[in-house]
Design a protein around this ligand. Structure first.
Ligand code: PLP
Length: 395
């Protein structure tokens, strides 16, 4: 087989997700797209604001628009715009030199893991976690180690402390969280910072905290706490996929805490790795976000859907934590076997992702980045699936 064995073995993990997509596709062909309630995709459904589209049209219409290569760390105007935003957001002066523009948040995470980890190093992630993390760790030759969270899927710094070992290099957190919707508090981040400081001196190894925040602007009351004040060796990762509805345009960034030892070296190395992987982030969209200021998709779009999905789940008797941010909810599966339960949901033409894909079996994930009418139309299906599951368990 021409496929390298490690990649071939990793493809098996993809098969679960691919099968799910294919089954969803077959169902849509059979019942029509309207007849299938697809809550399985994390694709933001709020379009980019019209002001942003106008700005983009202006850029494209300019006959002087430069289509050549750009600097590998990013265009100066984009790095400056991101640095200005981060300085306000984090309450710490972030210079443009701390920022590297990347191909989305996933590009930033891939670059950082390859920059910071040696093969065999460990990456600690609170569970549940985004499915992509296993792949990024795999490509960097690192091993993902899951740490437990509390009952509401919030950070448990002691559980993280318990899994920090000589091989640990990176702790990766994600708030607002995909799939749980949890938004970590300043006190949790502070406690985590203290744990990492203590562990770095005990293990004689500098631990880096990566904060992956592509849902930062999508919250329902709780504000996302800044990570930089909590730990000097932290690196922010973000993208414009959700906040501007630009997932297809692949633009994101990383920013290294300016007070981190070797901050300049980490930025330099990350820029070099970025150039080895994709040369640089898409230049047209760097120009656009440099001009976009505070333009964001309207969070009310997701807030309405959050209200509807919570009502539907509550009426159907599900046990779930109302999401504080992002556009996912992670209810407990009425069957211990979450794959069996998502199969039951499929019989009701409802597509959902099993919790085992996010490192926490016994749950399932629903993305509510879908039309409101889809949520309302699935109401009876959710109720029936739960009743059938309870009947199957004799409870
Ligand atoms: N991190 C999390 C938690 C995500 O949910 C996603 C995408 O869904 C990504 C990273 C990747 O996002 P991007 O489109 O910015 O690469």
């Amino acid at each position: 087989m021409p496929i390298a064995p490690p990649i071939a073995s990793r493809l098996a993990a993809f098969a679960v997700i691919r099968d799910m997509f294919e089954e969803g596709h077959r169902m849509k062909e059979r019942f029509g797209a309207e007849g299938v309630y697809d809550f399985s995709l994390g694709n933001p459904d709020a379009p980019p604001p019209e002001t942003f589209r106008g700005l983009l049209r202006g850029l494209v219409a300019d006959p002087a628009l430069d289509h050549g290569y750009a600097p590998v760390a990013g265009l100066p105007e984009a790095r400056a715009a991101v640095a200005e935003r981060l300085s306000a957001e984090q309450g710490i002066e972030v210079p443009p030199q701390a920022v590297v523009m990347t191909a989305g948040a996933s590009g930033a995470l891939n670059v950082l893991l390859r920059t910071l980890c040696e093969p065999g190093d460990e990456l600690v992630v609170p569970a549940p976690y985004f499915v992509g993390y296993e792949n990024y760790a795999f490509l960097a030759g690192a091993r993902l180690v899951a740490a437990a969270t509390d009952r509401r899927f919030h950070l448990d710094p002691e559980a993280i402390a318990a899994v920090l070992r000589p091989k640990t290099r990176v702790i990766l957190i994600n708030s607002p969280n995909n799939p749980s919707g949890a938004v970590y508090t300043p006190a949790e981040l502070e406690a985590l910072g203290a744990v990492l400081e203590e562990a770095s001196s005990r293990l004689h190894r500098r631990l880096y905290l990566l904060a992956d925040e592509p849902y930062r602007t999508i919250t329902f009351g709780a504000a996302v706490a800044p990570v930089f004040p909590a730990y000097a060796h932290s690196i922010l990762v973000n993208s414009f996929s959700k906040e501007l509805g630009l997932a297809g345009e692949r633009l994101g960034y990383l920013a290294v805490h300016p007070a981190a030892e070797d901050a300049a070296h980490v930025v330099e190395a990350a820029s070099a790795v970025n150039s080895m992987m994709v040369v640089h982030a898409p230049a047209l969209f760097q120009r656009a976000i440099a001009r976009a200021g505070g333009i964001r998709v309207d969070t009310a779009h997701y807030e309405r859907r959050r209200t509807s999905i919570c009502e539907v789940l509550e009426a159907a008797g599900y046990d779930f934590v109302p999401p504080e941010g992002a556009f996912y909810v992670f209810p407990r599966s009425p069957l211990a076997d979450d794959r069996r339960f998502t199969a039951l949901l499929r019989e009701e033409r409802i597509l959902a992702s099993p919790g085992c894909a996010f490192g926490v079996p016994g749950h399932f994930r629903l993305s509510f980045a879908v039309p409101e009418k889809t949520i309302l139309a699935a109401r009876e299906g959710f109720r029936r699936a739960r009743e059938r599951a309870c009947a199957a368990q004799g409870g």
